[in-house]
Structures are given as structure tokens and as C-alpha cells.
Design a protein around this ligand. Structure first.
Ligand code: 5RP
Length: 295
């Protein structure tokens, strides 16, 4: 047990200072192997340093939720507009054509579903991730959850050990338990624990003070979209996250549950890579939505 006496909150995050001596275009990745860098540069655009990942792995916990009833109908039309897709091996093999040639962030752990209190989780065989040509493996970390924390940290360690062996980056996904407060302190701690344990990318949620979460995490941070918001609010959320230093998004419901998913993913893409404001991106959303309707 660590000495918990006199733990002091971090205060100086050097928010106005660039990272000293960084060479590779992604934060914290200078010392990674060639294969890792190759895979990361399939996920993150080399010009903007950012990514728009399309997440549709929700079914492994929730079943066929709204917008994911038919992956072939709901999701495949969106795939060309994503920089990377995040899904389970079951959905990839059964429904996503390998000829789509998108980098994949493979959901590499699984546990119990929303029908039970989650209390266990396992990590897949890394050789299957190699066979699927995964560009990254995503593993959940449930920090602060008394039933899940130890097991999910162990899964992350296993994923990082395997990832290092085969040159596959690991994305640590910070899950938020029902009782956790969604604040800077929690997300900074969860994100930093992912990175300290070897995650090469961290996926977390936006919160007030997000720039501190990003500054204190030594590897690229992407945000999940969370529950469905009105389109303008979702674009504002993306803008704030990017402005505060996020290296992109790994978004699901705010795209596939949108009134016009094809328009929404393109609007998000323009905001992330082309420095569009939320207002400009929303105008683009409306424009594409109207054009798709007219077809
Ligand atoms: C679940 C996940 C989901 O992929 C993630 O939450 C992204 O989806 P959304 O934008 O709908 O929140 O990682 O563990």
C-alpha cells in the first residue's frame, strides 16, 4: 500500500508550455518502436495530429441499442468518413468488409453485460489482434470501482505486455462507475493511471478543467462523446475538447444516433481537422443533411 499521508493535489500543469524536445508528431511517442509509430500514424492524421474514431462497440455490453440495430445499414455508410473505426472482432469479422481498409481500434476486452453488476473482464488473445491487422487495442480501466479496478488494471497490463511484443498500441478507456464524480480530479487520475501502466492512447470524457487532464497525461488523449446531445451541443463539446488539447474523438452515439449521421460525422471531421468553429461545422451539418435528403 502506498504511503497516503500528505498527498498533495497537482497544481502546476505548465499549460502554456510545449513538451520539451518532442520529435515524433504525437505526444509521448518518441521512444516507441517503428511498428507502433506506423500503426499510430494510421490512426492520427499526420497534418493535424488528430483523429476522428467512429466507435460502435457498444453492443458487447448493451446489445442492439438505438442506431446499432443493423451495423450493415447504420454504420457501414459512415465508415468512409472516419479516420479509424472502433469495434469488436465479432462485428468486424461478420459485418465490416476488410476492403474498407480503415485502421481498426479493436475492442480487446469483454466482460459481463448491462444486465448484471460488472465484476469480471477478460483480455483477448493478442494473436487474433495481429491476424486482424489491428492498429490499436482498446481495453477498459475502471478506476475507483471496488469490483472492477484490480481486474481491469491487470487486463491493461496484459494488453500492454502483448502490445509491446507485437508493436500494437493500446488505448486505455476510462470507464466511469455510477458512484464516481465526473470531475478533473477523477479523469486526471484515471487517465494518468492508464498512461503510467503503458497505454499509448487514453480515451476519457470531457469535463471542466479538461486542459489539466490533457496536460498531465503524457500520451494523446481522445474523448468519448457520451450520451446523445443535440447536434450543436455535441459539436460545441468536440470544439472545447480539441481547444483544450484533445488529440481527437472516439465518438459513437452522437454520430450514429444523430438525425443525419452522414452529415454529423463530416461536420465533426471538419471541426477536428480543418479548425472549423461549432457554428461553421453546424452549418456544414445542415448543408449535407439537406443534400442527403434531396437525393
Ligand atoms: C464503451 C466505449 C464506447 O465506444 C464509447 O463510450 C464511445 O461511445 P460514445 O461516444 O457513444 O460514448 O468505449 O466502453
Amino acid at each position: 500500500m502506498a504511503d497516503l499521508d500528505d498527498i498533495r493535489e497537482g497544481r502546476d500543469f505548465g499549460l502554456d508550455q510545449a513538451i520539451a524536445g518532442q520529435q515524433f508528431y504525437l505526444k509521448g511517442c518518441d521512444n516507441l518502436d517503428w511498428g507502433m509509430k506506423d500503426r499510430l500514424s494510421r490512426i492520427f492524421n499526420k497534418k493535424s495530429g488528430r483523429t476522428v474514431m467512429l466507435a460502435f462497440d457498444h453492443g458487447f455490453l448493451m446489445g442492439p441499442t438505438s442506431g446499432l440495430e443493423r451495423i450493415d445499414l447504420n454504420i457501414l455508410p459512415l465508415v468512409p468518413y472516419a479516420d479509424c473505426i472502433m469495434a469488436t472482432r465479432g462485428i468486424l469479422r461478420s459485418t465490416v468488409p476488410p476492403t474498407s481498409n480503415k485502421p481498426i481500434c479493436l475492442r480487446a476486452d469483454a466482460g459481463t453485460t448491462i444486465l448484471t453488476d460488472m465484476n469480471d473482464n477478460v483480455f483477448m488473445d493478442v494473436q487474433d489482434a495481429v491476424k486482424m491487422n489491428a492498429s490499436a487495442m482498446a481495453v477498459m480501466l475502471a478506476i475507483g470501482d471496488p469490483k472492477m479496478e484490480a481486474k481491469t488494471v491487470a487486463n491493461l497490463m496484459e494488453a500492454v505486455n502483448a502490445g509491446q511484443k507485437y508493436g500494437i498500441p493500446v488505448m486505455g478507456v476510462t470507464a466511469v462507475g455510477k458512484d464516481m464524480v465526473r470531475d478533473t480530479r477523477y479523469f486526471s487520475l484515471a487517465s494518468r493511471v492508464c498512461a503510467e501502466n503503458g497505454a499509448n492512447i487514453v480515451k476519457t470524457y470531457y469535463c471542466d478543467g479538461f486542459e489539466k487532464v490533457v496536460a498531465s497525461c503524457p500520451v494523446p488523449v481522445v474523448i468519448a462523446g457520451g450520451k446523445k446531445l443535440p447536434e450543436m451541443e455535441a459539436l460545441e463539446l468536440c470544439y472545447k475538447a480539441i481547444n483544450d488539447g484533445a488529440a481527437g474523438l472516439d465518438m459513437g452515439r452522437n454520430v450514429f444516433q444523430s438525425d443525419a449521421p452522414i452529415a454529423m460525422i463530416q461536420a465533426v471531421h471538419a471541426l477536428v481537422h480543418d479548425a472549423m468553429s461549432p457554428k461553421q461545422a453546424y452549418a456544414l451539418y445542415e448543408e449535407i443533411k439537406a443534400a442527403v435528403k434531396a437525393e
